[in-house]
Design a protein around this ligand. Structure first.
Ligand SMILES: [Zn+2]
Length: 61
């Protein structure tokens, strides 16, 4: 059985994902099996890091 990943009601597109989105829907936006990861990869935190990369200044991105 595939595990159910909480999915945002209105998933953000590329460049629209925020750190708060990552924190609320971590699996959806970081798991490569989900379309959300592609959106997160094209989005940046306030420090200029891709949200799929590790940022030393953000707790979970
Ligand atoms: Zn950051």
């Amino acid at each position: 059985m595939a595990r159910t990943v909480p999915t945002p009601a209105q998933p953000k597109g590329p460049g629209q994902v925020t750190v708060a989105d990552i924190q609320e829907y971590t699996d959806y936006y970081t798991d490569f099996r989900n379309p959300g990861r592609e959106a997160a990869r094209e989005s940046f935190c306030p420090h200029g890091y891709r949200l799929t990369d590790s940022c030393p200044n953000c707790p979970s991105c």
